[in-house]
Design a protein around this ligand. Structure first.
Ligand SMILES: [Zn+2]
Length: 304
């Protein structure tokens, strides 16, 4: 009897077209469904299927949300800490990177980019549950040869911060590779002209660095580039002001944290991924999960 009552409730909800529409515009990846079969208990055709979808999303209206922005540099065999301490700190092995992407996919994370966050804070698009931003700094060649194929194999978006005067140099990506990645799920962002320490640069040169790298990337990819990463995480209020006047919309630091709002978008924090950490450690660094809204929709249709 209880089952029958539940079926009646489901069918009534399923009659509302707007419920189905909400399902269609929601992030499809997070859908789970249960197929129920009803033996024509209330005038339905026999073998009619009732499909219940549970879609999890981050609803509009939250001023700040927990969305970890992961920070990577090299994805390459990790050099010896004794011989190259800086290279050691900045490297994650290809196997480790693969394992981390696999963990994110298996545990229901959804890789989004800064266009998605912009649209969320503007109120024009919801976010999938468990959003994460994957960023890779400096535009090393392994961004293209190693990180990019792995990201695509999981259908993950990512963000690449490019140092424009390094493009085409021997250890870095080429202009053609930047364009290809831009067309294929990797959001291209600026990381200055030559990786200058902007906190120690005169206001004129800060503006020059920001403006010229932005224009160069925009001409290359053919659309606005408005996201930025401070080289070595160094900035001050003058640099933030210069970002605003040159048309940037966000900037990430190297300060740790996972909660972000539109108001602090020029000083967004990141999660440094070292590569040597255990998967349990990696999981802890992602911070607390933003609680999702569960949207339940019911569709009725002919059975298989
Ligand atoms: Zn850098």
């Amino acid at each position: 009897m209880a089952f029958l009552a539940a079926c009646v409730a489901m069918l009534q909800v399923g009659d509302f077209p707007q419920v189905s529409q909400a399902s269609a515009s929601s992030p499809a990846e997070s859908e789970t469904s249960t197929l129920l079969r009803a033996q024509a208990p209330f005038g339905m055709a026999p073998e009619r299927a009732i499909t219940v979808h549970h879609t999890m999303l981050i609803p509009f209206g939250r001023r700040s949300i927990s969305v970890p922005i992961l920070m990577y540099h090299y994805i390459r065999p990790v050099p010896s800490a004794n011989r190259d301490w800086m290279g050691y700190r900045l490297s994650v092995s290809p196997a480790n990177f693969h394992e981390q992407m696999d963990w994110l996919a298996t545990n229901g994370y959804h890789a989004v980019d800064f266009n998605d966050l912009r649209a969320y804070f503007a109120g024009s698009r919801v976010l999938p549950d468990k959003p994460v931003v994957i960023t890779l700094d400096d535009g090393y060649i392994d961004l293209y040869t190693t990180a990019y194929p792995t990201l695509r194999s999981y259908n993950f978006k990512a963000v690449a911060y490019i140092v424009t005067s390094f493009v085409g140099e021997s250890r870095y990506v080429t202009a053609d590779q930047v364009v290809q990645m831009d067309r294929d799920g990797i959001q291209i962002a600026s990381h200055t002209l030559n990786h200058a320490d902007l906190a120690r640069t005169s206001p004129y040169w800060v503006t020059y660095q920001l403006a010229t790298s932005k224009v160069w990337l925009e001409r290359l990819v053919g659309h606005p580039v408005v996201d930025f990463a401070y080289p070595s995480g160094k900035f001050n209020s003058q640099v933030v002001y210069a970002l605003q006047t040159t048309g940037y919309d966000t900037a990430v630091t190297e300060m740790p944290g996972t909660v972000h709002s539109r108001d602090d978008r020029y000083t967004w924090t990141r999660v440094r991924v070292g590569g040597g950490e255990s998967m349990a450690d990696f999981a802890v660094r992602l911070g607390s999960e933003e609680s999702p809204l569960v949207l339940t929709t019911i569709n009725t249709g002919p059975g298989d």
